[in-house]
Each structure stands twice: as C-alpha cells, then as structure tokens.
Design a protein around this ligand. Sequence first.
Ligand code: NCD
Length: 302
Amino acid sequence: MISIKDLERKDVEYILDEASKLENIAQSKEVSDELKGKILGLMFFEPSTRTKMSFETSMKRLNGECIGFENSGSSSVSKGESIADTAKMFEGYCDALVIRHEYEGVSKFISDIVNIPVINAGDGAGQHPTQTLLDLYTIKKEIGEIDNLNIALIGDLKFGRTVHSLSNALGLFKNIKIYLVSPPELRMPQEILIDLNDTNVEYEEVDNIESIIDKVDVLYVTRIQKERFGDIDDYLKIKGAYIVNKKLLKGKDVIVMHPLPRIDEIDTDVDNTKYNKYFTQAANAVPVRMAILKTLIKNNPK
Ligand code: NCD
C-alpha cells in the first residue's frame, strides 16, 4: 500500500466494510486470533504518535506482534547501514512492513526490493494512504456517504501528505467539490491538480475559510508542516494563518476533521462541541488499520 492512487473505488469500499466488521474487536468487546503468529515490522524514520501506536494496537488486537524502531538513531542506519539492507533484515523477520520516511518514494523503493507487503505510513510530502482510508471511514460514519460531499482542505496543502492522498481518493467518488483553502505560498501542488482534472471532482482555490464555511460538509484542517520548510522565516510568516474556533463554527452544519497533531489551527474551545470529529477520527485508525493488515497479511502469506 504505497499510494492511494493504486486503489480503485471497490478496494476502498472493501477496506471500509472490513473495518466496520472489526469495530467490536477494535473496541475490545471481542477478542480475535486473526493474525496470531504474525509479526509486523515498523520502520519509523520520522516522528509519529497516532500512526505508529494505532498500527501497534491494530496488530495486537488481532493477536499479532510488532517489532521495529521509531528513529534511525536506534537502528544500524545510524552506523551507516543502507535503508535497503535494513529493509532486507525486516523481510527476514516480519510478515509485513510499515515505513515512514522524510523522503518521497522511500516506501515504493523498499516495496520493490522486499517480498512482503509494504505499507507507506507517510513519505515526505508525498502520500499517506492509510490515513486517507481512516479519513474516508470517518466521513462515511459521520455523514453516511462519501459521494455528494463538499469538503474544505485547509492549511498546508503544499507539503501536507494527508491532503495529497485524500484529494486523490476523492477522485474515486461522485459529485465532490473540494475547496482548497491555503495561503498562496502553500497551494496544492500542480501534480495533484492535474490528477483532479482527470476526475469528476470540482475544485476551487480560496484564501479564507469564511467565504466557504456555509457551503461545506467537512472542514479538513491541517498543520503547517514546519519541518519541510527550507527557511524557518517562511514558516513564521505563515504560522497561525488559519484558526478554526467555536465562534467561526457557531450555527454551521459541518464536521471538523484533522489528521493531528494540531498546533494552533483548531482552538481547544472546539474540543467539547459537536463539531469535533478529530479525536474520533484518530480512534478510527484502529479498525481501519486492522482491516488493512488483515487484508495484506492474509492475502500475502510468506
Ligand atoms: C500526519 C502526517 O504524519 O502526515 N499525521 C498523522 O499521520 N496523523 C499529519 C501531520 O504530521 O501534520
């Protein structure tokens, strides 16, 4: 699972259906031996809270196990071992491999050299397909369907891999309008717009949330990706450009999503309102990643 672009609508629907069947196990109301004896490898070269923990939780809920590292400093990569050699070791020890790296294309590269399923858990400003599946799962659960949706993608559309994957995925659905809300410096990359032009998705680039808030079902807010800026001054100029707060949302018929972590782009005064779906979204990572692991590991036995 390298790019959401490799999936068709039926694949997405399959994972979302599987995820809903796994809800009871995800919530610890039932136990499962589905992945008993299987081991998931975690290669995390970039920081992660939700993605790593939810992969671990998903594996454990299915009675499988995890090994791996959460920064290259604690692996032999810090001694100069290549990523390729490290991945080959994981191939010998695991049934599937999850990788997060700061460079685009690293998961694809590794998937070409190992014979176990590889899951891209974020490659630089590239893709984050499993996040997108849990985003779609959340939308479906909260709104009922993914077709006929007006969605605002807000914040760092240039470097945010979650909005890149999500835009591509929305291309699989019907009657979608995307409002791309960002400062001019952080517009959606041309290559994603070109992808969208090949679909039926309508999109519009706008500068502020106020102009579109009455038109959308979902506000998908993202953090400015500080670590991907070459010059910290460029980051400081843009920081705090968009803030979603309770006042802005009052009386609106929207849900607020965020892949998290948030910095200051959603005020904490939204946390205890009906608009807040970002914590539910983070919890939905478990059934969705369980469905992904079950599908990939069971269909690709070693
Ligand atoms: C995102 C990521 O790593 O791309 N986090 C996540 O996986 N939930 C979003 C981000 O870091 O801003």
